[in-house]
Structures are given as C-alpha cells and as structure tokens.
Design a protein around this ligand. Sequence first.
Ligand code: DQA
Length: 150
Amino acid sequence: RRVIVVNGPNLGRLGVREPDVYGHQDLASLRAKCQAWGRDLGLEVDVRQSDDEGEVIGWMHQAVDEATPVVMNPAAFTHYSYGLADAAAQVSDAGLPLMEVHISNPAARESFRRLSVISPVATGTITGMGFFGYRLALEAVAHCLEEDRK
Ligand code: DQA
C-alpha cells in the first residue's frame, strides 16, 4: 500500500536550518529512512516537500481521491493554515489515517507553536522524537490499516 509523507515549508532546508533543533541530516536522508521503514512495514512511501500551501492542499485532495494514507509534517502551516486544516479534514473524514508529525516538540518552544490547527483533524500526533517520529507515524499508519482489515 502506498503512503505519502508530506513535508511543509522550510523542511527542504533540513540539515542547514537550526541543526540544534532539527538535526544535521537533510531531507534526502529523511526520505531514504522513510522508504526503508516503509519497506519493513510493507508500505511504499512517497516523500514530498513543498513551501507552497496550495500544492500541499492539492496533495490532500489527491490522497482522498486515491485513498492514500498520509503522514504529514505541516511545519509552519500547522499553526495558522485553515485551508490546509480543511483539506486534511477531508482525508480523515474519508476514513484514511492522517498522522501529524513534528521533529521538534512545538509545545516546548515559542508560544505561537503551541496551537496546531491540524491536530483536531489528525488521527494522531507525534512530536519531539526527531526523524524517528516519522517511523512511529508510519507504524501508526500500518496499525490503522491492519485494524481496518479486522
Ligand atoms: C516543525 C515545528 C513547526 O513549529 C515549525 O514551523 C517547523 C517544523 C517540526 O517539525 O518540529 O517548520 O513542524
């Protein structure tokens, strides 16, 4: 089964952007890890990144149309994009797993990061575990798909 792993704005800068917060590894290395973790779980993982809100919203519509589960780090869109929240709601309303991931723990940072407009429509949220959070999110997707089959 195919899963998309969507990364929002500035995550193309992983490795160079605030390495103390986001680590020293880049997006290519996150992609390779997600693909390897997916293989372990029987999932074909397609890792994407965009700085463009409209493009990320379009990926949610595509996920609904193609019945594709989503792992998403909405990055800064997390905190203010009602457009993305409405698009993400369509994914979870369709009964598809939608796991929200943050590399850092936004609750432990600036106050504007405490609000997620995505969390209310996500199946679940994983924060503060670095790149490993994507592995946990992929495991959660595999778990949800397994439960659906029962
Ligand atoms: C982030 C946390 C957000 O607050 C921030 O805007 C990001 C990355 C994270 O992965 O920890 O860009 O989503």
